[in-house]
Ligand binder design. Structure first.
Ligand SMILES: Nc1ncnc2c1ncn2[C@@H]1O[C@H](COP(=O)(O)OP(=O)(O)OP(=O)(O)O)[C@@H](O)[C@H]1O
Length: 280
């Protein structure tokens, strides 16, 4: 059963003459990681804002179609309930830091305090998250004195702290080095095992191929392709529409174009290696 479903969604920003989102339908199930991909301006963040209810609460404009959250229309939820069900880590972590807390520890605890969670429970949860997000050494630092990448990890930890069923991450690794990026993807894997719905906007396509179960490929406001990672990320149409495919997949598609045949098109180095080993 889908936790959240978009049914024929179209959206036009205020004062715009054309729809930015055009007839998008898709479903999201628990325990799966969804990669929302597509070139700059294709509508990924706008879709996230619709799922989270920021559109039409903050951004007005014209929204058509239906968003169902657990079979109930999104607009029937009150705003606080929605905030506890859907966590959103923004593209820019600077906008996510509360600005009212003086340490990383307090920042992660902030949302839990607002929800009235008992003190012992808050301490337990924050302690776990400091380890999970490798933030222990920064616990007593001011969030504003952190690097962009450190802020990004704190912002995401604060979202995960609230234990939402759906977690939207808009480019959570944009400011992270390769090691911290790998750490975030490990956390995404843990969230998946906890049966969350993870919706990930990400340009690092090799990692998307490795970690996402399903892909939604956006182009010019439309969902042009959707399906399993293998179905979408081995489809050359993605390239024709300005999208990206994993490096190893491109290499094999090139060989197929030259007339070679393979039982499977690989999505990652491990799969490519096993195919190439068979050729020896
Ligand atoms: N507040 C707004 N008012 C009018 N148009 C907007 C607004 N916000 C975004 N847009 C436009 O909507 C389109 C989709 O933007 P969106 O941010 O959803 O794309 P995206 O796929 O997330 O891009 P990126 O990969 O660069 O983050 C773009 O053409 C953008 O200029």
């Amino acid at each position: 059963m889908s936790v959240i479903e978009l049914k024929d969604i179209s959206y036009r920003y205020p004062l715009e003459k054309e729809d930015t989102i055009k007839n998008v339908s898709c479903k999201f199930e628990a325990g799966k990681v969804y990669g929302l991909i597509g070139e700059n301006g294709s509508g990924k963040t706008t879709i996230c804002n619709i799922i989270r209810g920021f559109i039409p609460s903050f951004y007005k404009g014209e929204l058509r179609g239906e968003v169902l959250l657990k079979d109930k229309k999104l607009e029937e939820y009150d705003y606080e309930d929605l905030a506890s069900i859907i966590g959103y880590s923004f593209q820019n972590p600077f906008t996510q830091i509360s600005g009212v807390k003086e340490t990383v520890y307090e920042e992660i605890a902030y949302g839990l305090e607002n929800l009235g969670v008992p003190r012992e429970e808050i301490i337990k949860r924050v302690e776990e998250l400091l380890d999970l997000f490798k933030l222990r050494e920064l616990a007593q630092k001011n969030p504003y004195e952190l690097s962009g990448g450190q802020k990004q990890r704190v912002a995401l930890a604060a979202v995960v702290a609230l234990d939402p069923e759906i977690i939207i991450m808009d480019e959570p690794t944009s400011q992270l080095d390769p090691k911290s990026t790998a750490d975030i993807f490990e956390i995404i894997d843990i969230l998946k095992k906890q049966k969350k719905v993870v919706i990930l906007v990400e340009h690092k396509i090799d990692l998307v191929a490795q970690y996402c179960d399903s892909i939604i490929f956006m182009h010019d406001g439309e969902c042009k392709l959707s399906g399993t990672a293998r179905e979408v990320l081995t489809n050359p149409k993605v390239l024709e529409m300005g999208g990206q495919l994993p490096q190893v997949t491109l290499y094999f598609l090139e060989r197929i174009k030259r007339g070679e045949k393979f039982d499977m098109i690989p999505l990652n180095v491990k799969e490519a290696y096993s195919i190439l080993k068979g050729e020896e």
